[in-house]
Design a protein around this ligand. Structure first.
Ligand code: ADP
Ligand code: MG
Length: 626
């Protein structure tokens, strides 16, 4: 209870405290409210003051503007007034200054006028002074003149006396001269006499000379008549020479004509002999002691132009001999027995060389088995057909020169091996490996219009003389042999072809001739039995067989067509050899085939093969009657 009453007491005290606090706060609120009312009053008073002030401001702005306008007008007026005043002042000043200056100028003018009159006076004074001095000078001058005149007169008198002196001297000198002259005259007279004598002598001499001159003149006249006679003689001789010249020209023309006729006749003769001819050459034994084949040439003693017959009769010891063997007979345009030399052979073909100079294409072939004498016939260094042909060409060119013909020769030397071309005059080393070391492509080109053939990249050498040609041949032989390991064996497996192009030009008639001489050493014709042949050999053999049989086909076809058989197909394209020589085979070209045969019994079969080939080529010859 006590606690409760305590608590109540405490509460009552707290309530009392709170009540006091509330009364304090109410008082405070009252004070604040009073302050607010006061402030409201102040605020209202200020608002009304502001309104009054705004009104007042408007009024005062108006008043200010009015005042400004008024003042501005007053200022302008004042300014104008002062301006007018200023103008007046300035005008006054100017007038004043003008008046002042005018006075000064008038003064200056009067000063100048004074100076002028002063100067005029000075001038007059100076003039007077000058006049005085002039008069003085004149007086001095005339005085000097008089003095000079006097001295001149004196000098004149002196000169006159000098002249008189000189005249006196002259007179004396003349007298002396006169004396001298009279003494000289007497000297001259004696000299004159001397002269007269000399003159007389001279006159005598002159007369003698005149006589001599007359004699000479007579001599000259005589000589003149002689000269005249000689001139006459000379003229006569000239006339004769002219007529000889005319005759010589006629003869020349005749010779040209004869040359043309000769050319035509020569060609006719060749044609009559046959544009395609086949010769047989039997090789000598050359000391070899082997059994001989039974070869007979019964026609050998017949005249030159008849075909010759060659007979072979197999005998015991020959290959394939049997007791039924009958003689084989073959006809040839010419047969060369073993005893005949290369020069004998060349006699027959030299006419073809002439044909090539006359502008025809010529081919000479050597056909036969290896060892039968083809190379000996064609290329023997001393007298083979190639060297002899070249010698003859250069001899004939010399003769033709006198008939105004000039020739240019170009030589090419090539080889066909395995159907590929090799350049034997190549300045670089010749290789036989066509695929590997033969980068140059040799292509055969025919010009059908001009009928000429060329091989691209093939060396062509302008040949200047027989010696030059020989050097080329030995170069070709060297190229041929160095390119092979087994020289002889290989060279017999290829065709070698020497081509000589001959271009003749007549410098008078401007006529031109183009001929080609082809000299061909063919590959060996022997047949290798296939079983024997190694692969490489087989290829070679096939290439050789193909080209040799193509050559046979081409020549026999040509021969048939020349004999008037219906148009033949000429299979030039079947081998490189026939294609290369296309323009030199057929038409009016001349072809000569040597068939070289061996004399030995062991070679009879190959000999017969060669002879059969010759028969095929020479088909129509066999039809000829003996
Ligand atoms: P091929 O060229 O046909 O193979 P060669 O011309 O090499 O034949 O001749 C073979 C050999 O016979 C060579 O030694 C050659 O000198 C010789 N010979 C060939 N024909 C004659 C001949 N008419 N006179 C002298 N020797 C010859
Ligand atoms: Mg040979």
């Amino acid at each position: 209870m006590a606690i409760k009453s305590n608590e109540i007491d405490l509460l009552e005290t707290a309530i009392m405290t709170l009540k006091t606090q509330r009364a304090n706060q109410e008082f405070e609120i009252f004070k604040v409210e009073d302050k607010q009312a006061h402030l409201q009053k102040q605020f209202d008073a200020l608002v009304s003051l502001i309104a009054e002030l705004e009104h007042h401001e408007r009024d005062s702005l108006q008043a200010l503007n009015n005042k400004y306008q008024l003042q501005r007008k007053q200022h302008i007026h004042k300014h104008e007034e002062s301006l007018t005043e200023l103008k007046e002042t300035i005008t006054l000043e100017i007038e004043k200054a003008f008046d002042e200056n005018l006075g000064r100028l008038v003064e200056e003018i009067s000063t100048l006028k004074k100076r002028k009159s002063q100067l005029e006076q000075d001038t007059v004074l100076q003039d007077q002074d000058l006049n005085r001095r002039l008069i003085k000078l004149k007086e001095d001058h005339s005085k000097k003149l008089i003095g000079l005149n006097q001295s001149l007169d004196e000098s004149l008198i002196m000169l006159k006396s000098a002249i008189e002196q000189v005249s006196e001297d002259k007179r004396t000198k003349e007298q002396q001269l006169q004396a001298l002259l009279s003494s000289r005259q007497s000297n001259e007279i004696s000299a004159n006499n001397e002269c007269h004598k000399t003159l007389h002598n001279l006159k005598l001499e002159s007369r003698i000379k005149e006589e001599e001159l007359l004699a000479l003149k007579a001599g000259i006249a005589l000589l003149n008549t002689e000269l005249h006679a000689t001139n006459e003689l000379v003229a006569q001789m000239k006339r004769e020479i002219d007529s000889y010249r005319d005759k010589s020209a006629d003869i020349h023309r005749l010779m040209e004509h004869k040359e043309e006729i000769r050319r035509k006749l020569h060609n006719k003769l060749q044609e009559l002999k046959g544009n395609i001819r086949v010769f047989c050459r039997v090789r000598p034994t050359c000391g070899e002691l082997k059994p001989l084949a039974n070869i007979e040439i019964p026609d050998l003693l017949l005249d030159d132009d008849s075909p010759n017959m060659l007979m072979i009769i197999r005998k015991p010891g020959d290959e394939n001999f049997n007791s039924n063997s009958v003689p084989y007979q073959f006809l040839f345009d010419k047969i060369f027995s073993p005893t005949l030399s290369n020069s004998d052979v060349f006699k027959e073909i030299s006419q073809l060389v002439q044909s090539s100079l006359d502008g025809y294409n010529v081919c000479v072939f050597a056909y036969g088995q290896t060892g039968s004498g083809k190379t000996f016939t064609m290329a023997h260094e001393a007298d083979g057909m190639i060297p002899q042909s070249l010698k003859k060409v250069f001899e004939d060119i010399k003769t033709l020169e006198s008939q105004d013909w000039q020739y240019e020769l170009h030589g090419q030397f090539l080889e066909i091996y395995n159907e590929a071309i090799f350049d034997l005059l190549s300045p670089t080393k010749v290789s036989r490996s066509p695929s590997k070391n033969n980068p140059k492509k040799y292509e055969i080109k025919h010009d059908d219009v001009s009928g000429t053939t060329s091989v691209t990249n093939l060396t062509s050498v302008s040949i200047t003389g027989a010696d030059h040609a020989m050097k080329l041949l030995s170069l070709a032989n060297k190229n041929r042999s160095t390119a092979y390991t087994k020289s002889n064996e290989h060279s017999s497996r290829s065709h070698s072809i020497f081509m000589l192009q001959l271009h003749g030009r007549n410098i008078k008639t401007m006529e031109s001739r183009y001929g080609t001489l082809n000299l061909v050493d063919l590959a060996g014709s022997e047949r290798l039995s296939n079983s024997q042949a190694q692969a490489e050999r087989l290829k070679e053999t096939q290439a050789i067989n193909k080209s040799l049989s193509s050559l046979g086909d081409v020549i026999s076809a040509l021969k048939l067509s020349q004999k008037g058989k219906p148009l033949q197909h000429i299979p030039y394209r079947n081998s490189k050899l026939t294609y290369l020589l296309k323009n030199s085979l057929g038409g009016d070209c001349k072809t000569l085939m040597f068939v070289n045969i061996s004399p030995f019994a062991t070679n009879v079969n190959e000999t017969l093969n060669s002879l059969r080939f010759a028969s095929k080529v020479n088909a129509t010859s066999q039809l000829r009657s003996k």
